[in-house]
Design a protein around this ligand. Sequence first.
Ligand SMILES: Cc1cc2nc3c(=O)[nH]c(=O)nc-3n(C[C@H](O)[C@H](O)[C@H](O)COP(=O)(O)OP(=O)(O)OC[C@H]3O[C@@H](n4cnc5c(N)ncnc54)[C@H](O)[C@@H]3O)c2cc1C
Length: 591
Amino acid sequence: MYYSNGNYEAFAKPIKPEGVDHKSAYLIGSGLASLAAACFLVRDAQMKGSHIHILEKGPIPGGALDGEQITNVGYVMRGGREMDNHFECMWDLFRSIPSIQTEGISILDEYYWLNKKDPNYSLCRATEKCGQDAHTDKKFNLSDKGAMEIMKLFMTPDDQLANVKMTELFDDEVFNTTFWLYWRTMFAFKDDQSALEMKRYMQRYIHHIGGLPDFTALRFTKYNQYESMVLPMVKYLKDNGVVFHYNTTVENVLFTAKNGKKVASEIDVEHEGKKETIGLTEDDYVFFTNGSNVDNSTYGSQNKACGMDKVIHEDSSFGLWRKIAKQDSSFGHPDKFCMDPEDSNWVSATVNTLDGKILPYIQKICKRDPLSGGVVTGGIVTVKDSAWLLSWTINRQPQYVSQPNGQVLVWLYGMFSDVKGDYVKKTMRECTGEEICEEWLYHIGVPTDQIKELALKSANTVSVMMPFASAYFQPREKGDRPEVVPACSANFAFIGNFAETPRDTVFTTEYSIRTGMEAVYTLLNVDRGVPEVWGSVYNVRDLLDATVALRDGQKITTMKLSFGKKMVLKTALKKIKGTEVENLLKEHKVI
Ligand SMILES: Cc1cc2nc3c(=O)[nH]c(=O)nc-3n(C[C@H](O)[C@H](O)[C@H](O)COP(=O)(O)OP(=O)(O)OC[C@H]3O[C@@H](n4cnc5c(N)ncnc54)[C@H](O)[C@@H]3O)c2cc1C
């Protein structure tokens, strides 16, 4: 497997790998990582679909990418996906997956057309004092000291960031700024989480720094991701003969040693109460999504709280990873990620408005008609003074193909589920859907004498607790996440956000697709480049733009410098006078 960039490799079809007709694949889990790996097996490794088996514990595919309508409970989405134009592996794949909404186009075209015609941007990024615009006004409000703390992290080599928390590097000069308000709510970082991952994010999305405050950086699918991404991929796979085994729990994978390599030789499964063993040879490849940030999700309803389940169950993704990790030291350390659910949990909720009574309050904040069919909030609106640190968003409506006309689905989440609310004096995890809706209505400015009535009669709210939602961000060191294909492995790969791949960032759909692609290309020896992580961090123009944006548009000449440093800057500016360097700095408003 090797990385490439540019369109020479992008549009090339690889030669069929030798012997692939005699090989088969077993994918554990049917989340995005497995679905993507299966698509790459079909399209690029040219494996027969009937040789590809997807073993999924649940009754439906998609894993974290959900869009459910639970009978007698209502619509519920655990999350909504913010996506980027430089999800290179995603677009490489999605150009080949036919849309199920519009005949004759791919899901890349569907997404591209939609976001071209109706680009995303926000008209109110944060509120305070019950629905008033908090006037963050696209500013970061970082001091020079705060900017230097961020710059220092940006320049620190990875090995010096092993197990380091952000609290060890940043102080209030970063944490008390609008920059941090935007950052932590958009990406769901907590202050004590991984500095290494924060650095990766800064580098990975350096081209988007200027687009963070108003979300011009973001793009969204038309419907929820189950309908816009999972269903088309499943159709493509089924059309190619891939076999899906639902309600099939993998209990263990056993390995044997051969010629200095580890061979996955047996998969133990449980299907409808029956235990079965799948025997494997070196020609059978196994792809395992190790760890899931939606393991142990528990659902509430309008009248029920979601609760919390912190136990690592043997049959969960983390439970299975534990059993596999015991069999080789290079298979990672799951406990590094799943042992602090009090830190990694979030509660999200889907509010389904049932009539028009709540809509004017929404419209007043986001300045758009929620029923127009176009962009509504244009990304999350953060309630700056909420004890739960609530953020809410309304994507283009309808969010479900089946959604009744005139109804709106609002998605919200709180970063602190163990703190009492400002209106409802309960923690978010203790609240019923109706109570969560009350707290949100309070923060969007509904008069207190109307809150109860509207939450009861004009909305149906369903919450979900995800104890491991931000487990991806737990402080880590090299070796905690296994390599996609560990050096010792003959036929086994780790995929998803807990497998290690250079430079890419977790909590993303792209990461799952990338690891799926890398796993297939490595094990099957597919002779075509995997698109490298977008290289904006090596692009001087992006670095200049980000530097200026982080300082709210100020030129470098405004920095408060010591006399010595001021002289160095003066001399440097003199030296570049009349050169292309000076032109470049002027063009990017650095000077
Ligand atoms: C709330 C939330 C918000 C998000 N926001 C964004 C965003 O804004 N932008 C973005 O790009 N990404 C976002 N993500 C991340 C993205 O959705 C996930 O990273 C991605 O979908 C994970 O896919 P996966 O296949 O790697 O893992 P999962 O989807 O977790 O799949 C694991 C699968 O394994 C199955 N399984 C578990 N144990 C077993 C077993 N023993 N046997 C058989 N099957 C088993 C599970 O049922 C599941 O189907 C978000 C995720 C969440 C939860």
